[in-house]
Design a protein around this ligand. Structure first.
Ligand SMILES: [Zn+2]
Ligand SMILES: [Zn+2]
Length: 524
């Protein structure tokens, strides 16, 4: 393996890495090896890895990577501001025609802005463009049935762009203290209840619940929590929020990152970081909070009615910030949706792991049409049944109407699910599972408080063990019903509301049928 030359000694901070064979600095990124190929002697040499795991538990104070601000590397790149969407696109100086990777607007050199500080490290492209194209085609084929006609019709190697996106990679060494309450089922009881009508009373089931005061104390070490450093860019002011697409292709193999070197940028474009560490701090804090509650879940499984953490103290002993460029294959396609609104849809492939996510627009009105068919059939059949002596085939009629209504509801549910699969708005990076996390010295206290009676099987009020507030902004507002009352009751509410809708439909259909029936009677 000649390309695996030990080149670490050649890398001096602030100096460009030179060919270990001939000393030349002109080299190009070589996707087959992930290294740099000397233009003179064709020797392949590797940039040093700068982000290997470990050492976080000894981290004290706040450390920031200083980026690679040296002038030598800065000369290779220019940053252009997209006048159409505002993205700061960084490209190699020699690049000919440059178009914005988000909105495809052609950029002029007149839009040049200062480069700003370079990231500390990057992950070179590993997946090739034609492999990304195959992945994207497969992704689209799976979503072909209901997708808007003409979407992604120009998908080809020409329209896919390789982009380095900016991230902050954070190491955290903290002590966590959680305190709250947990509920455990003891059993059920039948109680005699006054129904409110005279002296009548009835038997009702109630639930006996043991209440506990809980405390958890532990050391939490997080190695390479990865946060997008241009998050608001992804909102794009479009009616379809495609930010989740970029978020969901994480994680990256951050431990493989190499020292920043602008020669890796050639042939790709990149997005300048537009959020500073101060702005990212809040999201990091929220994600650490989520991770802490996730870790604690392993110690609370006996509390079947859930746990509510009331107080979460995270004492950070050490934190280290690094900035990075990670590679993504990006395809963007603007579509005019319902009401003439223009939305940009993306398909993105993680160019390290091949993880893919995208937003595919549904064919306009397809949901209405598909759900409309069983709905109209229900109405027509009911009208027909009432016109032709309903009571004669009473049970057959009732059964048919019931089946048709069920079909309508089922279709509506399936189409809702399909539309989620196409837009993928609720997809996200599972940072609480996919990050290198370790805990030490877990102290567990479960203190029995009392036993009380509850009327229902719901989770504990304010249940928050599984809440993930640090996911993309979009996640926070997802299904407020679940947020308020816990998962079990949300399902219950859904079933009840479907039943009410079904009864409502029967009533309308029956009234229509009677009306038409009486009109015919009058006429004859
Ligand atoms: Zn050389
Ligand atoms: Zn743009």
């Amino acid at each position: 393996m000649s390309n695996n030359t030990a080149s670490k000694e050649l890398k001096i901070k602030g100096k460009i890495l030179r060919c270990p064979n001939c000393g030349a600095s002109e080299a190009d990124f070589d996707v087959d090896t992930g290294g740099l190929k000397c233009r003179k002697c064709r020797t392949v040499f590797m940039s040093p890895r700068v982000n290997e795991f470990g050492g976080v538990e000894e981290l004290v104070g706040e450390i920031r990577g200083d980026g690679a601000n040296d002038i030598e590397t800065d000369d290779f790149v220019v940053t252009l501001r997209c006048p159409s969407c505002g993205a700061n696109v960084m490209v190699n100086k020699d690049a000919e025609t440059v178009s914005c990777h988000w909105c495809r607007h052609i950029l002029e050199s007149a839009e040049r802005v200062p480069n700003g500080s370079m990231p500390d490290m990057l992950l070179p492209f590993k997946l090739k463009k034609k492999e990304a194209l195959i992945e994207m085609k497969h992704f689209l084929r799976e979503r072909n049935l209901f997708s808007a006609r003409g979407f992604a019709s120009d998908l080809s190697e020409r329209t896919i762009k390789g982009v380095y996106l900016p991230y902050a990679v954070v190491d955290i060494n903290a002590t966590v203290r959680l305190s709250g309450v947990g509920e455990k089922s003891v059993g059920t009881k039948l109680v005699l209840r006054n129904t409110g009508r005279d002296d009548e009373s009835s038997l009702e089931t109630v639930y006996e619940v043991a209440n506990y005061d809980l405390e958890r104390d532990f050391n939490l070490v997080i190695d390479d929590l990865t946060i997008e450093a241009s998050s608001d860019k992804f909102e794009h002011g479009s009616p379809v929020n495609t930010s989740s697409v970029i978020n969901a292709i994480m994680p990256f193999d951050t431990e493989e990152a190499v020292a920043w070197d602008s020669r890796y940028l050639k042939g790709f474009s990149s997005e300048k970081r537009d959020l500073n560490i101060g702005q990212l701090r809040n999201r990091v804090r929220t994600q650490v909070n989520d991770i802490a509650r996730h870790v604690a879940m392993a110690t609370t499984s006996e509390f079947d009615r859930g746990v509510r953490w009331d107080d979460i103290k995270i004492d950070v002993q050490g934190v280290k910030w690094k900035t990075a460029y990670f590679p993504v294959w990006l395809y963007s396609c603007a579509m005019t949706g319902v009401g003439g609104k223009r939305a940009i849809h993306y398909i993105a492939v993680n160019a390290r792991t091949g993880e893919i996510m995208g937003s595919v627009p549904l064919r306009p009105k397809i949901r209405t049409v598909i759900v409309g068919i069983p709905f109209v059939l229900t109405i027509l059949f009911t009208v027909y049944a009432f016109m032709t002596n309903f009571s004669k085939h009473f049970w057959t009629n009732i059964a048919c109407i019931f089946i048709l209504i069920t079909a309508t509801i089922a279709t509506a549910k399936i189409m809702k699910q399909k539309s989620r699969e196409y837009s993928n708005v609720s997809e996200r990076h599972m940072y609480e599972l996919d990050t290198n996390i370790s805990t030490k010295n877990m102290k567990t206290t479960n203190h029995y408080a009392n036993t009380t009676i509850r009327e229902d099987k719901r989770m504990i009020e304010g249940y928050n063990e599984e809440k993930r507030w640090g996911a993309h902004n979009l996640m926070m507002s997802e299904d407020p019903l679940e947020d308020a009352t816990g998962i079990k009751s949300a399902t219950y509410v859904k079933i009840v509301s479907y039943m009410i809708i079904a009864l409502f439909l029967i009533a309308i259909a029956a009234m229509l049928g009677l009306l038409v029936g009486s009109v015919i009677d009058l006429a004859s």
